[in-house]
Write a protein that binds this ligand. Structure first.
Ligand code: WTA
Length: 700
């Protein structure tokens, strides 16, 4: 870090912190950034203090246009299922589209950049978005027979039809459940069944990494899987990547599959009144991986969610209508929902959607897009930053773009990588916000407010206004800031962006997120219900939080959550496999990737064939993103005397960390056998691994 940029040295006491990542100096925002920022008033923290809770969130709700004002800001009567702005009515689509027409109808709402570079980008103005959303809403209502409260599953890649579809659903109060386009047909089918959707909306094909991928094939598998699980899909609506032309060899199923562009002709020019929805009506479901069992459908509300997405987009992302904002996440994840679609569009931003891989066809691609569109706010994840840095460390310098603001999200970022992001991508001009949050939380939990606080590489920053974190130890004692001790980060209070429940499984919602530290299960007082994030963290004396990683059996691969149990169950469906254990292993680019250990049934033939079979099974059941780095076939799993697989030992072996004491295991000898299999004959020097791997899979 260059000296001139370091303004504050860290306190001596903090420098003594017993962690393996030293405290970094802080860098202030530039005066030019501060001069134009949306939030420069330090009073915001006072306004959002617990003394002013929950009414403080009116400030965010007032960014929206309401059809009817709310009576109760926070209803806790069904604790811990919090309801915000009860009595209020609004429409999310109206807020993201219609209300901007007066001032911005001819301004870009979405700028779509196809992956093939010889295909020009296209601009969808707010007026054009309005027209497309209305026509598609008419189709959903009159052709697909959908109405408010129905669920519909979307399995769409990065195409502008995805936000059009989401907004058309929102216009009618239909609950959309978008499944990340890279997930397999089977994963999609399971989510269709869980959400009870009778309509699937998809795309025939999309470009990725130089290939035109047949996506329609996934729809057929999804329908089959869903039907088997008891949920029939009546209609599959297929958008075409090139309207009027089929780009998929997979045939259409007569009577079930319909090409959207054909059906839309019947709805040309139609307008659909936005339906005023109760603030607490679900806007969408977003499935995410949990510790055990099936992925959980996080249910997000209309009023609270949109208010929170808009407020944080305005003050943390610093979005103005004049900005060109590019978030490189996929809309199929929560980041895309909150910070490509809902937040930015609620603020009348111009939001860039890029179809492809940022390093394809070469390491300059992302920067050419930035230069061409004059992007000034850039939003991506550490895994992408690492990839861009590896592919072309000097590429950004060749292009004439200037960011004022950059975001990192999804995993901890190493200070070294942060510094490259700051110096090279941001050219030393842009502020960086490191935003910590989750699918469940709807919007940011921790981040600096970029004009108000200095940046600290590797730290997510303080809690954002209105979020009041606390770090507990295993026994529920509070760990004081600056003590250098890590613990479980929880949020003391509800906030409007928080999900309302797990779709169809309230018990699991309470159990997973509240049971651990709940002070009184019968209480209707939010103070008794701290929210458990599932992350380990430590708070420095200056109130900045450093997130250390998951405390549960979830692996964060390239910023995406994978449940180890999902991978293990997929492996167990292979005939030869008797036992399976998945552990995270450190990866230079993706942060963490899964390593898979399997033991085979007696007499089963283990060899490359079985390894390939397991990988293929994981790809069909979950998707390519879950592909393990290695599949190790071991003679037996290290086990406790009660028969539990010791994943901690396997994680230590995969990461060449200290294996610790294994003498109390039922089969200590197998540990050395596995070590030799993974690391080779010579004992490698044990490394200091990251905090989250030290306790991974530890059984209580
Ligand atoms: C991790 C993504 C460190 C964390 C928005 C969390 C982070 C999980 C950060 C949620 C960050 C997210 N620094 N770790 N800035 N942001 N995480 O649901 O472990 O896909 O629990 O939401 O990512 O992942 P999810």
């Amino acid at each position: 870090m260059s000296d001139k940029t370091v303004v504050e040295d860290t306190d001596a006491s903090e420098a003594q912190i017993e962690v393996h990542w030293k405290e970094e100096g802080k860098i202030p925002p530039s005066p030019a950034f501060v001069a134009q920022a949306n939030m420069t008033d330090t009073g915001i923290y006072e306004r959002f203090s617990l003394d002013n809770f929950p009414d403080c969130f009116k400030e965010y709700a007032d960014l929206l246009t309401w059809d009817q004002g709310w009576e109760t800001t926070l209803d806790t009567s069904d604790a811990p299922c919090w309801k915000w702005f009860v009595g209020g009515k609004l429409n999310a689509c109206f807020n993201c589209v219609d209300r901007h027409l007066d001032r911005y109808k001819n301004k870009a709402a979405l700028i779509y950049v196809p992956e093939p570079e010889d295909e020009a980008h296209s601009v969808i103005t707010y007026q054009e978005l309005y027209v497309r959303v209305n026509e598609f809403a008419a189709l959903l209502r009159d052709f697909a027979g959908l109405k408010a409260g129905d669920r519909v599953t979307l399995h769409m890649p990065m195409v502008p039809e995805l936000p059009v579809t989401m907004l058309a659903c929102a216009r009618l109060g239909i609950i959309h459940s978008e499944v990340f386009g890279g997930f397999s047909g089977q994963a999609c089918g399971e989510r269709i069944a869980d959400s009870g959707s009778s309509v699937l909306i998809t795309t025939d094909a999309y470009h990725r990494g130089g290939k035109l991928i047949d996506h329609k094939a996934n729809a057929d598998i999804a329908c089959e899987v869903s039907e088997k699980a008891g949920q029939a899909v009546d209609k599959v609506l297929v958008w075409q990547r090139y309207p009027g032309k089929s780009s998929s060899p997979t045939p259409m199923v007569e009577g079930r599959d319909f090409i959207v562009n054909d059906v839309l002709k019947d709805h040309a020019g139609q307008r659909v009144e936005p339906v005023p929805m109760p603030a607490e009506a679900p806007l969408f479901l977003m499935y995410t991986s949990g510790t055990t069992g099936q992925p959980k459908g996080c249910e997000h509300s209309t009023g609270g969610y949109l208010a929170y997405a808009a407020g944080t987009s305005k003050y943390v992302q610093d979005i103005h209508p004049e900005d060109v904002y590019w978030c490189m996440a996929d809309i199929g994840w929560i980041t895309g929902h909150s910070y490509i679609v809902y937040g930015p569009l609620a603020l009348a931003a111009s939001s860039v959607i890029f179809e492809g891989v940022p390093t394809y066809p070469d390491a300059g691609r992302a920067w050419r897009i930035a230069e061409r569109l004059d992007v000034n706010i850039f939003h991506t994840a550490p895994t992408t930053i690492r990839m861009l840095r590896k592919a072309g460390p000097d590429e950004p310098k060749k292009y004439d773009y200037h960011f004022k603001h950059m975001t990192t999200v999804g995993e901890p970022i190493e200070p070294l990588v942060w510094q490259w992001y700051y110096d090279v991508v941001g050219k030393g001009e842009a502020v960086i916000v490191d935003t910590y949050w989750q699918t469940e939380t709807g919007g940011f939990l921790c981040s600096t407010l970029p004009a108000l606080q200095s940046m600290k590489p590797g730290s997510a920053g303080p809690a954002v206004p209105g979020i009041h974190p606390v770090i507990y130890d295993e026994d529920g004692n509070e760990i004081p800031p600056g003590s250098g001790v890590a613990g479980n980060i929880c949020i003391r209070n509800p906030w409007p962006g928080g999900f309302q429940t797990i779709w169809g499984d309230r018990e699991r919602y309470v159990e997973t997120y509240y049971a651990k530290y709940c002070k009184d299960k019968n209480s209707k007082d939010w103070r008794d219900w701290p929210y458990l994030t599932g992350d380990g963290a430590m708070e420095a004396e200056d109130g900045y939080f450093r997130i250390l990683g998951r405390i549960d059996d979830v692996i964060n691969v390239a910023g995406h959550r994978l449940g180890t149990k999902e991978l293990e169950s997929a492996s167990l469906t292979v005939d030869e496999v008797a036992e399976a254990a998945v552990v995270p292993v450190v990866d230079e680019i993706k942060g963490r990737v899964p390593d898979l250990y399997v033991s085979l049934k007696p007499g089963a033939d283990g060899g490359e064939a079985v390894q390939k079979k397991i990988v293929a099974r994981i790809e069909t059941e979950i998707g390519k993103i879950a592909r393990p780095k290695h599949v190790y076939i071991v003679p037996d799993m290290p086990k406790t005397r009660s028969g539990k697989i010791m994943r901690r030992v396997l994680a230590a072996i995969s990461n060449t960390m200290d294996i610790g004491d294994v003498t109390t295991l039922a089969n200590p000898d197998v540990v050395e056998e596995i070590r030799v299999l993974v690391q080779g004959k010579d004992k490698l020097a044990a490394k200091e691994g990251p905090e989250d791997l030290k306790t991974f899979g530890e059984e209580g």
